[in-house]
Design a protein around this ligand. Structure first.
Ligand SMILES: C[S@@+](CC[C@H](N)C(=O)[O-])C[C@H]1O[C@@H](n2cnc3c(N)ncnc32)[C@H](O)[C@@H]1O
Length: 455
């Protein structure tokens, strides 16, 4: 990282260098070592560390070295002068570890504090703002900022400067931590040249990054091998994560113990853990979801809930603990289920899996739960061909290249990745039928009853 920091621009004694979140000073010591070994002058170095014990230890380590100052402070809120060089390993702290006040304050100040942000995104943004024109910066962070939706604002900021290099490191780089670390080298000048991306398999490629959408398709650059016919998004009316009730312990019941008076409100449902054996999904489903919505997907008024209302009332305390009830009635699902689209022939897959596999719900009767993704082709006539393609080695390779990874190298299938998946020409031809099918969806045929019966 130090070699990259000083590539093409050796440090001078008048330059200054920052390590934000310096810990006990490992990187500053690394810079000193590099300068000694290569016979270069030391720049004026500053380490900022918020944890007092680590700041003390760093100070003790560099006592007697005039060129290094350790500040006990907060990189995200203190006022900070501009720097020629910034090198760091920022903290990886998810939003869940922050207090409500911290989250609110960060959201006011940082463009990157969006959605379920992580502190390293904010460190990136602050460091970019502290970099002098022409200044150089090298950060080691998780690779996720390259593709997660939350990091869109950071990608937008980064694409305005010259990203010289991105190196994807082996997952074992930090003992015991599965972080898929990435080293990013940035120069603070308008982006003019392509970025060199070093891949984990030792190959490298040249990429131009633009905008806030995931950069992974650009990095993988594998789309060219597929037919340019279109993507899965073009032939589907919905590609989405399954229904989040926010209280499956209340809304999901075993079908064989369901009280008969609740049957009108129950729909067969399936979770990722039930998708195990390749092949057909069992027609008899073990679980049902109690659904307080009409078939059109609108929430039933409380007075029309009948037996379901009585059942849910007994769990009212549990249901109002859900965050969604701040803006929705106490018995609503966490997310409104788009039932007209869900209750159609569709393809299902698990959200996290070692090897992606796709199943057909031919009758369109199953409500996928949050651990299941569902793909609804506009033309149900192509469902077998589409399933076969999704289960093909070619599609498997594409998913392995493009999906985010969870622990143990498992793949995380997300809707934005599934939507961007290239499809062969013969499937792409069904695209023409999609718009007609969308029109039908706006006027769904209502069954005799607005509610359902267990099938
Ligand atoms: C991943 S560690 C890196 C430490 C050191 N750079 C290294 O690689 O050994 C991140 C450090 O940032 C510090 N830190 C976290 N939030 C901070 C903040 N807002 N300002 C300054 N330091 C912070 C943590 O205490 C921790 O020491």
């Amino acid at each position: 990282m130090v070699t990259r920091l000083f590539r093409g621009r050796s440090p001078r004694p008048s330059d200054n260098l920052l390590d934000p979140g310096c810990g006990t000073g490992a990187f500053l010591a690394g810079v000193m070592r590099w300068c000694r070994e290569t016979g270069r002058a030391l720049p004026q170095m500053v380490g900022i560390e918020s944890e007092p014990g680590r700041a003390r230890e760093a100070r003790a380590q560099f006592r007697g070295t005039d060129d290094i100052r350790i500040r006990h402070g907060d990189f995200l809120t203190d006022s900070i002068e501009p720097f020629d060089f910034i090198v760091g390993n920022p903290p990886y702290v998810s939003i869940y570890s922050l207090t409500e006040d911290e989250k609110r304050d960060y959201r006011v100040v940082y463009e990157t504090a969006r959605g379920r942000f992580d502190l390293y995104l904010l460190f990136f943004e602050r460091a970019l703002k502290c970099l002098k024109p022409g200044g150089r910066m090298v950060f080691i962070t998780p690779e996720k900022f390259l593709y997660v939706e939350t990091a869109g604002p950071l990608r937008r900021l980064l694409s305005r400067v010259q990203i010289e290099e991105i190196e994807l490191l082996d997952e074992e780089s930090f003992d015991g931590l599965v972080t898929y670390p990435t080293i990013t080298t940035v120069v603070n000048r308008p982006s003019a040249e392509a970025t060199l991306v070093r891949m984990r398999d030792g190959t490298h490629r040249s990429c131009r990054f633009e905008g806030d959408a995931s950069w992974m398709p650009t990095i993988r650059g594998a789309c060219a091998e597929h037919a340019p016919g279109g993507t899965l998004r073009d032939i589907c009316v919905r590609i989405s994560c399954g229904v989040a009730t926010g209280a499956d312990d209340v809304f999901v019941r075993r079908a064989d113990t369901l009280e008969p008076e609740l049957a009108d409100f129950a729909l067969p449902t399936i979770a990722g853990r039930e998708l195990t054996k390749p092949g057909e999904i069992s027609r008899r489903s073990t679980y049902v979801m109690l659904v307080p919505y009409t078939r059109e997907g609108s929430l039933l008024p409380e007075r029309d809930l009948g037996a379901l209302g009585r059942h849910l009332s007994s769990k009212r305390e549990r249901l109002i603990q859900r965050t969604c009830t701040r803006r929705k009635p106490w018995y609503a699902f966490h997310e409104t289920p788009p039932l007209p689209e869900i209750l159609r022939p569709k393809i299902l897959c698990k959200d996290i899996t070692e090897k992606p596999y796709f199943w057909i719900d031919r009758e369109g009767s199953l409500v996928p739960r949050h651990s299941v993704y569902y793909i609804v082709p506009a033309d149900a006539g192509i469902i077998e061909r589409l399933r076969d393609y999704l289960n093909s080695p070619k599609a498997g390779r594409w998913l392995a290249e493009h999906c985010q990874r969870a622990a143990n190298g498992f793949l995380r299938l997300q809707s934005n990745i599934l939507k961007a998946m290239p499809i062969p020409d013969d499937l792409a031809r069904s695209r023409r039928r999609k718009s007609a099918s969308r029109r039908q969806l706006q006027f769904p045929e209502l069954a005799g009853s607005e509610r359902f019966a267990v099938r």
